[in-house]
Write a protein that binds this ligand. Structure first.
Ligand code: UDP
Length: 237
């Protein structure tokens, strides 16, 4: 059961979670599992907007570090997010969940452009709307895209599903004594440069009063638990 606190959420999944246990790309079996989680959440009556990153395929910063023009590399990253969105669309529709992909970079043959009113209509009809290509501009990330769409679609919260189960005061992979916050303020995240989302995404959520729920999407059933307020998570608010 999802918490009555949420009617509409934005779920952001980093591209990396689509890799499953692979080193690169898309693991269809794992994407199918993710789709099950999304379906279970949707079946509770929740309206779901999805944003998926592209880091499993290409990150602009990585290209730039190897000498590519940053904007050009970012365009490639944006295209990677569209591939992931299509993979998730396919997995959801195989489970009978109606979806629409809306891309911030227009690709009429493949998906719709981002049109808020149209997205609203899709949600009303019970479809999951997958927003691709971030904000549609280089020098941004899909975290910013997620914050932007969460604000634009008036989502009650932004759920960030990653490989870590919340926000820690230091890197839990390097420091076994690292402590997880139950809740933490936007300003503390920004001032201490805590690893949640990019500063621009955190600031956009802060300015629009959108809580960010950080949780691990790697454990089965965790999205449902977190939605019910029974999971391990950190809430940035
Ligand atoms: N990107 C961009 N503008 C956006 C969103 C994404 O240029 O609005 C590019 C950028 O190069 C980024 C890549 O797409 O590195 C993949 O997105 P991101 O790194 O956010 O993916 P994630 O870390 O969530 O997998």
């Amino acid at each position: 059961m999802s918490s009555p606190e949420y009617k509409r959420i934005l779920l952001k999944l980093s591209g990396e979670v689509l890799m499953g246990d692979q080193q690169f790309g898309i693991d269809p079996a794992f994407v199918a599992e993710l789709a099950q989680e999304v379906k279970a959440a949707k079946d509770t009556g929740l309206e779901i907007c999805l944003v998926i990153g592209g880091g499993n395929i290409f990150r602009g910063m990585a290209g730039a570090a190897q000498g590519m023009d940053r904007a050009q590399a970012d365009y490639m990253g944006m295209l990677a997010t569209v591939m992931n969105a299509l993979a998730m669309q396919n997995a959801l529709e195989q489970l009978g969940v109606q979806t629409r992909v809306q891309s911030a970079v227009q690709m009429d043959q493949v998906c719709e452009p981002v049109i808020r009113r149209r997205a609203e209509r899709h949600l009303e009809k019970g479809r999951v709307v997958i927003f691709a290509a971030g904000v549609g501009a280089p020098y941004f990330t899909t975290d910013s895209g997620a914050a932007l769409r969460a604000a634009e679609m008036r989502c009650d919260a932004l759920f960030k599903g990653t490989s870590v189960d919340g926000v820690y005061d230091s890197d839990p992979k390097k420091n076994p004594a690292a402590k997880r916050f139950e809740t933490v303020s936007y300003d503390k995240v920004l001032a201490n440069n805590l690893k949640v989302m990019d500063a621009s995404a955190v600031a956009l959520c802060r300015d629009n009063g959108i809580p960010i729920v950080v949780f691990s999407i790697r454990e089965k059933g965790n999205l449902a638990r977190v939605l019910a307020g029974q999971g391990v998570q950190t809430v940035v608010k």
